[in-house]
Design a protein around this ligand. Structure first.
Ligand code: ATP
Length: 346
């Protein structure tokens, strides 16, 4: 079922937690709602769930407007950060609970709970209590419980926040697998850009209640609409440096970064991703300020005309602090920002 959000606003007095949001989520897609703390992600999700009342605007699930429909009548499954399982009940009873609540017969409910448990791969744990499970297993129970009523929409609010780094990665892959297997339209709230990038069909990046950009992960990464999105996506962070444009040439001090740009002369901020530096003989020489191993790569801090820039290169090279290295910057990857921080040239 597709989801359409039209001019949705949530105001607390003069403050707008969500400000005139418009979004169209296609049937069966997983959309990541991404942004820093306080940007309005959870408020959006809660309005979709019916737990927070919209101030203005409309929400449609398929052709049906649900803006004023009660949460239990929206056909949604909800999963929170803290699992919210009933501690005194077994896993099986937890998963069955929404069905029993709906007066489904016990043996039928048990059968459906078993099928859900199998889907999320916890069918051997049905007789345990939540306290006897790991965080990742508890979250799977919460997902099974959310899906057992066969909702049309799945809403997940920071579902991986309580898990350690390794389990986070495993569980997010698991959520993606389950979501695709069921084919359910899903909204996934997170502040973790890598998490959103890795499992979403599309991402909505929010800032101060406003959607900045809605796009597929890769194209948002390569073509961010403004400085906020460019900076929010990617680790290590994109370099933002002062540059001069003169006669179509972008220069940073004595470093010629690019020629042939169609932007009027002046000073600008430019964005260069650390991975846009490529090692090339006879190119510009940079002094290495520091070297650090990050995973398989080296993170270098280079001196670019007195500015410190981050560059990533593969670790099979012996580069040490104080060395001089030759790098070129991939021209097509340089972003130029206008005075309003919007990308004006690439
Ligand atoms: P986090 O990742 O920290 O949960 P978020 O992006 O989900 O952040 P929201 O919880 O949606 O952010 O909150 C958005 C803004 O609305 C915040 O500035 C918050 O303080 C404000 N807010 C939320 N609920 C209320 C309320 N009941 N009254 C007043 N302001 C509120």
């Amino acid at each position: 079922m597709n989801i359409r959000i039209e001019n949705l606003t949530k105001a607390y007095g003069d403050f707008k937690a969500v400000d005139n949001m418009n979004l169209m989520v296609e049937d069966g897609q997983l959309v990541g709602l991404l942004g820093p703390s306080g940007c309005g992600k959870s408020t959006t999700l809660f309005m979709l769930a019916g737990l927070t009342e919209a101030t203005t605007g409309r929400i449609f699930f398929g052709d049906k407007e649900v803006t004023r429909v009660a949460p239990e009548d929206r056909g949604i499954g909800l999963v929170f950060q803290n699992y919210a399982l009933y501690p005194h009940m077994t896993v099986e009873d937890n998963i069955m609970f929404p069905l029993i609540n709906r007066k489904v017969r016990k043996d039928a409910a048990r059968q459906q709970a078993y099928e859900m448990a199998k889907l999320v791969q916890i069918d051997t744990l049905l007789k345990r209590k939540p306290s006897e499970l790991s965080g990742g297993q508890q979250q799977r129970v919460a997902i099974a419980r959310a899906l057992v009523k066969k909702p049309k929409v799945l809403l997940l609010d920071e579902p991986l926040s309580n898990l350690d780094a390794k389990l986070r990665v495993e569980t997010r892959e698991e959520i993606r697998r389950i979501q695709q297997e069921v084919g359910i339209t899903t909204i996934f709230v997170t502040h973790d850009q890598e998490e959103a990038m890795s499992i979403s069909d599309q991402i909505a990046v929010m800032k101060s209640g406003v959607v900045q950009q809605f796009d597929v992960p890769q194209s948002m990464y390569l073509n961010p609409c403004n400085r906020f999105v460019a900076t929010f996506l990617g680790t290590p962070e994109i370099n933002i440096i002062d540059v001069e444009v003169l006669g179509g040439t972008i220069k940073c001090g004595d470093v010629v970064l690019r020629t042939g740009v169609d932007v009027k002369n002046g000073t600008y901020k430019a964005g260069i991703r650390p991975e846009s530096f490529t090692h090339r003989e006879d190119d510009h020489k940079y002094k290495v300020n520091s070297v650090r191993m990050i995973g398989r790569d080296l993170l270098l801090h280079l001196d670019m005309a007195g500015r410190d820039v981050r560059a990533i290169t593969h670790s099979g090279q012996s580069i040490t602090t104080g060395d001089t290295v030759e790098f070129s910057v991939r021209e097509s990857s340089i972003l130029l920002f206008g005075s309003d921080d919007k990308v004006i040239g690439k």
